[in-house]
Design a protein around this ligand. Structure first.
Ligand SMILES: [Zn+2]
Length: 236
């Protein structure tokens, strides 16, 4: 109770209990997934599932704040597990140092309450979007580039899914430029939305794409609606 005192004052004990009973899957524990995992752990989520097959590289450290210099070369989810357990030993953390292929993700999405997109590639992102629609799980997408970020909250059957608004995969570039704060800002928006959806407190950003422009510091919203021909979610 003391650990969560400042948020219980806001959300109430019942909401805190809902967080304690919730399970969140984070796919990709990099620039987005690091701060998302830290804040969900600090907030007292019941269970956190982390999926990432990569090892820590020196060039990750400008933004992937779960990893420190001494972690370079280590499996990311192992280094993440240690830090998160020290931050809050009450959170049950499961780690999967595997590539997020469809079969593994399918089982993990099915057992979870909410999914956070910490990915850096559109192929897996689209797979994850499809699985969240299939299992009717809220999916919180964010993507970053340079000083820019976007956020989309997908509640299957209620809001557009990721593929409703991005019918085609955008062009991928290897190791695109990014300032460390951009994924930080976007990840904290993802966790804000996750906490609201899991507790029922507040008003999630449904039906709008939030666009962050850190270059001149502004946020904008684009109203989005479901595509009745969407190959992923139109059957709902
Ligand atoms: Zn759709």
């Amino acid at each position: 109770m003391e650990r969560y005192d400042r948020q219980i004052k806001l959300l109430g004990v019942e909401a805190q209990e809902k967080l304690k009973k919730s399970k969140v899957l984070i796919v990709g524990v990099g620039g987005l997934g690091s701060p998302a995992a830290l804040y969900l752990t600090a907030a007292g989520i019941g269970e956190l599932i982390l999926v990432d097959f990569e090892r820590v590289e020196l060039s990750n450290l400008n933004r992937q704040i779960l990893y420190w210099t001494r972690d370079v070369g280590r499996i990311k989810v192992e280094a993440a597990f240690e830090k998160l357990r020290e931050l809050n030993p009450n959170v049950n953390i499961r780690t999967y140092p595997v590539k997020g292929d469809e079969k593994i993700l399918d089982a993990l999405v099915e057992e979870t309450d909410l999914v956070i997109d910490g990915l850096d590639n559109w192929e897996t992102r689209f797979t994850l979007n499809k699985l969240c629609v299939k299992h009717r799980k809220p999916f919180i997408h964010a993507g970053v580039l340079g000083f820019y970020g976007q956020l989309l909250v997908v509640v299957p059957g209620v809001t557009p899914c990721l593929q409703c608004i991005m019918p085609m995969k955008p062009r991928e570039t290897r190791a695109p430029p990014v300032i460390g704060t951009t994924p930080g800002v976007m990840a904290l928006l993802q966790v804000t939305e996750a906490i609201k959806i899991l507790t029922g407190y507040g008003k999630p950003a449904l039906g709008k794409l939030i666009v962050y422009n850190g270059y001149e510091l502004s946020f904008s919203e684009v109203n989005v609606s479901r595509n009745p021909q969407c190959p992923v979610c139109s059957y709902l």
